[in-house]
Design a protein around this ligand. Sequence first.
Ligand code: NAD
Length: 260
Amino acid sequence: MRALPVIIMGAKGRMGATLVNLAENDPCLTLGGLVERPERQEGLERYGCPVVADVQEVLGLPGAVVVDFTAPAVTLDTAAKAAVTATPVVVGTTGLNKEELATLKDLALKTPIFWAPNMSVGINALLRVLPDLVKLLGEDYDLELMEIHHKHKKDAPSGTALKLAECLAHARGRELEEIGIFSRHGIIGERPKGEIGVQALRGGDVVGDHTVYCLGPGERIEITHRAHSRETFASGALRAAKWLAGQQPGKLYTMADMLG
Ligand code: NAD
C-alpha cells in the first residue's frame, strides 16, 4: 500500500513537532511537506522533504492531506488554499470564533475538512457518555468545569472545555451561550440554577487537564481527563488524516464521524 503524504503546518510548533515525529515513524505515512514561518525553519531540512513558508507551494502533491495545528487566521488561509486543489485538511487549531467556524464549514463543501478541538480518544469517549450522566443526575446537580493548560496557550477557555461545556448544556436542552458563565468576581450573589461555570487556569507546562464537576446535595462527582503528552492529540490527528483521505467534501467532519 502506498504511504499517505502528509503536509504539516506549523512544523516547529509544540503540536507540529510532535506530528512530524509521529508521522516520520509511521510506515503508512510519508512527510510530503513541512510549512513553517521562515524564521523558525532551521533544522527542518533534516526530514528530507520540502520545507516552505506557504502551504500553496506543496499543495500540488497528489493524494496529500494537510494537518494544521496553528492559529485561527493561519488555519483559515490554509483551508481556503487547500479548497482550490481539493486537498483534505485536518484541523486541530482551537480558538476559532463563530464566523471563522462558519467559514471552515463553507470550505468543507469544497474539500474534505475535519475539525476537532480535542483529538484524544479519552475526551471523545467522555463527550459520548456525559449526556447520559447529566440526565441521570437531574437538575439538582450543579455543573461546573475547570481546565488547566501551559502558560503559552493563547486561547481561553480551551476548545476542549468549550466542547465539554456545550455537551453539558445540550444535555440540559440549552445552548451554552444562554447558561455558560466564564468568570466570577466580586459580590456575585447566589448561583443561578442551571448555570454552567467554566474556569481556565494557566501555568507551567501542563499539556491539558479538564475536570467536570457534578455538584449535588450531599455528594459530588468529579471526572478528570489529563493528557500526559501531546502524542495523544497527534496520533488522533494522524488517524483522522488517514480516514479523511477517503472522504468526500460536503460537511465539516468531527471525531464523532470518524469514531462512528
Ligand atoms: P505553537 O505556538 O507551539 O505552534 C504553532 C506553530 O505555527 C508555530 O511554530 C508557528 O511558528 C507556526 N505558524 C504560525 N504562523 C504560521 C504560518 N503562517 N505558516 C506556517 N506555520 C505558522 O502552538 P501549539 O501549542 O502547537 O498549538 C497550536 C494550536 O493547536 C492551538 O490552537 C492549540 O490550542 C491547538 N491544540 C489542539 C489540540 C487538539 O487536540 N485539537 C491539542 C493541542 C493543541
